[in-house]
Design a protein. Sequence first.
Length: 203
Amino acid sequence: MIAIIDYGVGNLTSILNMHSRLGIEAVVTGDAAVIANAGKLLIPGVGNFDKCMQNFNASGLRPLVEKRALEEKVPVLGICVGAQMMTRASEEGQEKGLGWVSAETVRFKLSPTGTLKVPHMGWTDIRPLGTPALLADMPEEPRFYFAHSYHFNFDSPEQVRAMADYGYEFVCAFQKDNIWGVQFHPEKSHKYGMKIIANFASL
C-alpha cells in the first residue's frame, strides 16, 4: 500500500484518483500508524517551499517519514515541491530542506530579453538518462506537465535520472537509492504520468 502523505499541501485528490484508475492500493493519510506500515511513501507538494517545509515540520510526521526513508529504506517518491524538499535548501525561501539528496533548489535564470518566462508551465519533453526503473517502458516521446519557477541543481550527476529543457537543460528527475523525485506532475500528465505511478508501485 502506498501512503500519500497529507501534511496540508499538494494535489492529494488528483494523485489518489490516478492510483485508483490504475487499481493501485493507496491512501491519503496523516496517520502515523498507517505511514509506519505502508509499503511505499509519496510526498506531494505545491506552492511555496517554505510553506511546505513549515507544514511538514509542524505535522509531526517528519521523524517517522525520515526513519522509513533513511533507515528502513522504503521507496519514497517526491512530486514537485515535495521533491524540492528533499534537497538541502531552496532559493525560494529560508527554511532548510530535508537534505536527502546532494542538491539545492534554484530559480530559473533565463535571459531577460528572451521569449521564455518564469514560471515554466505546460507540457515539456524529458530525456531519461540510462534506464531508471521509475521511467521504464515509457510511451514514445515521454512528455510531462510542469508548473514551477525553481529546479534542482545537483552537486554531481550520479543521482540525476532525467533532464528537460526550458531555456537550458535542467534536472527533472533524480534517485538516491530508494528515494526518487520528479519536478513534473504525474497526476496531470495523462498516460505518461500513469506509467510513472505504475512504475513506482512496482518498485
